[in-house]
Design a protein around this ligand. Structure first.
Ligand code: AMP
Ligand code: TRP
Length: 330
């Protein structure tokens, strides 16, 4: 039953989509899809904030579209589109750039982390204003709800600040969106380093499980995943690696962590990891198969994206125009 409210979320078509993206974002998009009017975006402009190979980027956009659909996002129920094809996103971003403050953007931890790697002076201006474009993405649709992983909390807070500030300065224009972060799976950690989040840009493929990984690769990665000292399968703060694996198990199966801990009482890490591998394979295999099938005939994917862009534009345009009017541009 639709409640008349809109959902907006997006993923960058860069690197390999992984289990963190699935559990933190995609799986929840699918679970709320029937209750909302949904806009699921492939945020290709956000991907450009760090250097991309044009050929790879082109391919990754299709791959991401295939994964969206394969995960269960139904193009009949949800609008799937590319950010760059709806130019209203960048147009509203400029208006919001003029409302956001340098101090606010300088406090964004994702910018600070990414900029630290290559030196802040060398970071692109795009990387700096990235959260403003993200705010424009959502505000342009007057979306009420934004389902994302834990790492996006600060960007969502800024988005809410910008919506409120704009409304205060120019009159009620934008819905102030709520963030939706799942209770489990919102922060999946790297398999080789449980203090770092599972990341697309991680250099070691063993650190993440890609949604398109073959079953044997998944089994191998989980077998080799770092564990903690001791033998008990419990999610204690001293056992970050096992806690992460338990979280993955819980998020995929929908069982509570305590229940899984009880099931493995008296058993060791080996037994648990073996079962976890099968749970992950069972969860991801159908998605992989369907995505590869879709990628075989990219015309269907291209059509989904074109239709999506048209539907998105129809909502985005009048909302951009009301922002213009409020600001005195028309
Ligand atoms: P990105 O890969 O940065 O485009 O992120 C796309 C979505 O996946 C966002 O909603 C993120 O919060 C989510 N996400 C990314 N990495 C993780 C992770 N390790 N655990 C949970 N969610 C994640
Ligand atoms: N910044 C988000 C990420 O890296 C991706 C994103 C761009 C997004 N625009 C968005 C997420 C709008 C939610 C809503 O994860």
């Amino acid at each position: 039953m639709r409640n008349g409210h809109r959902v907006f979320s997006g993923i960058q078509p860069s690197g390999n989509l992984h289990l963190g993206n699935y559990l933190g974002a995609l799986k929840n998009w699918v679970s709320i899809q029937d209750d909302y009017e949904n806009y699921f975006c492939i945020v290709d402009l956000h991907a450009l904030t760090v250097p991309q190979d044009p050929k790879v980027l082109r391919q990754k956009v299709r791959e991401l579209a295939a994964i969206y659909v394969a995960c269960g996002i139904d193009p009949e129920k949800s609008v799937i589109f590319r950010q760059s094809r709806v130019s209203e996103h960048t147009e509203l971003a400029w208006l919001l750039d003029c409302v956001a403050k340098v101090g606010e953007l300088s406090r964004m931890t994702q910018f600070k982390d990414k900029a630290r790697k290559g030196g802040a002076e060398a970071a692109s201006v795009g990387l700096y204003v990235y959260p403003v474009l993200q705010a424009a993405d959502v505000l342009l649709y007057n979306a009420h709800l934004v389902p994302v992983g834990e790492d996006q909390r600060q960007h969502l807070e800024l988005m809410r600040t910008l919506a409120r500030r704009f409304n205060g300065l120019y009159g009620e224009t934008f819905v102030v969106p709520e963030v939706f972060i799942p209770p489990v799976g919102a922060r999946v950690m790297a398999l080789d380093e449980p203090t770092a989040k599972m990341s697309k840009s991680a250099p070691a493929p063993g650190s993440y499980i890609a949604i398109l990984d073959e079953p044997d690769a998944i089994r191998r990665k989980i077998r080799r995943a770092k564990t903690d000292s001791g033998t008990e399968v419990v999610a204690s703060p001293e056992k970050p690696a096992i806690a992460n694996l338990l979280g993955i198990y819980a998020a995929i199966t929908g069982s509570a962590v305590e229940e899984i801990e009880r099931r493995y009482e008296g058993k060791g890490y080996g037994d648990f990891k073996k079962d976890l591998a099968e749970v992950v394979v069972e969860g991801l295999s159908p998605i992989r198969d369907r995505a590869l099938e879709l990628l075989d005939d990219p015309r269907e994917l291209d059509e989904i994206l074109e239709t999506g862009a048209e539907k998105a534009r129809a909502v985005a345009r009048p909302n951009l125009e009301s922002a213009w009017t409020r600001m005195g541009l028309s």
